[in-house]
Design a protein. Structure first.
Length: 508
């Protein structure tokens, strides 16, 4: 069995090394970097926009190009997250938490390198797992029905409790605000409008996640920076030297643990239909912070806070392709677009694809190994270019950030209502900062809120209103148990710290 996989993988690598396919990998990775870095675009829009271009080449070359684009876009979001503090896509929100503070300290090159190496590690782990365990993992993913999906979302929410520091009530309040915003729009069961303020039609399509994220992290952070520095901020310039590059490379040991955790967690969550890279990156960040020896340093510029979510989102991007290839079920919005492309090319994803078109499947798998390597090389080579953004005075950078925020807010729905909403969220985010409320849990809750609501309501409808169905599902029960442990762990830590402080005060 293992020998057979190696033979197929060797054939796939030979296919990927064809000149046309190599060219597709290079340009796909490069295009993905810039698509991912532009707020409001992301991998979904990038793949959708460039899908027609692929009809000029054979199907194998086409899927290789789009997969490379997907790979590049996963890292691209980290560029704007670190250098500008604006998440290029929902998958890169967690990267902002520590990436932006590192850039402000003059450690942008270290943050970008941590993101690149973690992405490479996540990609490598996920591709190896994809190669070895594709069919059994796909069958396991099918065992996840609505009860399991809801319990997984609860587990994700439990990881957020650690994001707000010691003030757990403020964190829970922030999560509830995000969940409230997630309910705005049309009811998923009855189709009736909910929380449509003043009957404004723009609220009918709900609140787009990027509108909230860009408003809070783009406009809100810009207002906060302008107030605290009176516009006289200049991010410390970074001089890229070979000695500094080697020094940054030696610091990999500081975040290798979080990146490894994110790699395995990301692949597993990515294989689950309707989950994807965003929950994976958020869970990875939350777990890495919760179990860190120094959780208070997260959010202030810690490389592990950049590496963990970047490893997870890159790993999840490969994981989400697994159910698409083996079962014909897209694991993320981007793979849904890829699935449409495959059908147009006359290929039917599913178990028979491995038997009927092995050259296509293994060519794609082989290209993943090469695209992963090409992406990390491109990322490391372009770090000096990305860092030059930070040499721009903030008085010049602020209008550029504002323009990118407006474009990013308008792009997803092309509705001016979302631009005004984004500006409103910017002021809201600024006020939360002033009142010392954590904004991350609110932003993250709006992502998972709709997923949690739909799976909960489907479960309750199937169980005729009884919640006992959750207790009858072993996977769901296990997720609930771990969620409870994750919620109680920060509470236990807080009590332990208070006990130590009292003991120290008594001794003094």
């Amino acid at each position: 069995m293992f020998q057979e996989i190696l033979v197929h993988l060797g054939e796939g690598l030979l296919e990927a090394f064809q000149p046309l396919n190599m060219m597709m990998i290079f340009f796909g990775c490069l295009a993905g970097l810039f698509v991912g870095a532009l707020p409001g675009l992301g991998s979904v829009n990038g793949v959708a926009i460039l899908l027609p271009v692929t009809f000029l080449v054979p199907p194998t070359s086409a899927i290789i190009f789009l997969a490379a684009l997907y790979y590049g876009a996963m890292y691209g979001g980290a560029i704007s997250s670190i250098t500008l503090g604006i998440p290029g896509a929902s998958t890169a929100v967690a990267t902002v938490f520590d990436g932006r503070p590192m850039a402000q300290k003059g450690l942008a090159d270290q943050a970008l390198m941590a993101a690149a190496i973690a992405s490479f590690l996540g990609g490598t782990v996920s591709i190896v797992l994809f190669t070895l365990f594709a069919p059994p993992l796909a069958k396991f993913a099918l065992a996840f029905g609505p009860p399991e999906e809801f319990s997984l979302m609860i587990l994700a929410f439990a990881t957020f409790v650690g994001l707000g520091g010691d003030d757990i009530p403020k964190t829970i309040f922030s999560i509830l605000i995000g969940l409230l915003l997630a309910t705005i729009g049309l009811d998923i069961i009855s189709g009736r409008p909910r929380l449509i303020f003043f009957d404004i039609p723009g609220f009918l399509h709900g609140i787009n996640f990027l509108v909230l994220a860009i408003g809070i992290y783009g406009i809100g952070e810009m207002l906060w920076t302008l107030e605290t520095t009176q516009g006289k901020v200049q991010v410390e310039n970074v001089k890229i030297t070979w000695k500094r590059f080697v020094s940054n490379l030696k610091q990999v040991k500081e975040y290798i643990g979080g990146a490894t955790l994110g790699s395995f967690l990301g692949f597993f969550v990515g294989t689950l239909p309707a989950a994807g890279a965003t929950p994976a990156s958020l869970m990875s960040y939350g777990l890495t912070k919760t179990f860190s020896k120094d959780p208070d340093s997260f959010g202030k510029g810690k490389p592990a806070g950049v590496a963990a979510p970047e490893a997870a989102n890159n790993s999840a991007s490969t994981g989400s392709m697994l159910p698409m290839i083996t079962l014909g079920i897209p694991g993320s919005p981007t793979t849904a677009v890829l699935l449409g492309g495959m059908i147009i090319w006359g290929l039917r994803p599913g178990p028979l694809l491995f038997a009927e078109h092995p050259e296509f499947v293994w060519g794609l798998v082989g290209s993943m190994y090469i695209a992963n390597f090409v992406t990390v090389v491109l990322n490391l080579a372009l770090i000096p270019v990305f860092v030059k953004v930070l040499a721009t005075p903030f008085t010049v950078l602020a209008p550029i950030i504002f323009t990118l925020c407006v474009v990013g807010g308008f792009a997803p729905t092309q509705d001016m209502h979302d631009v005004w909403l984004m500006l409103l969220f910017g002021v809201f985010g600024y006020l939360l900062r002033k009142l010392d409320y954590p904004v991350a849990p609110a932003v993250l809750a709006i992502v998972l809120g709709p997923l949690a609501e739909s799976s909960l309501r489907q479960t309750l409808i199937a169980g005729q209103g009884s919640a006992a169905v959750f207790l009858e599902r072993p996977i769901a029960l296990t997720c609930f148990f771990f969620a409870l442990m994750l919620v109680l762990y920060p509470v236990y830590q807080a009590f332990t710290r208070k006990g130590k402080k009292k003991a120290e005060a008594a001794e003094a």
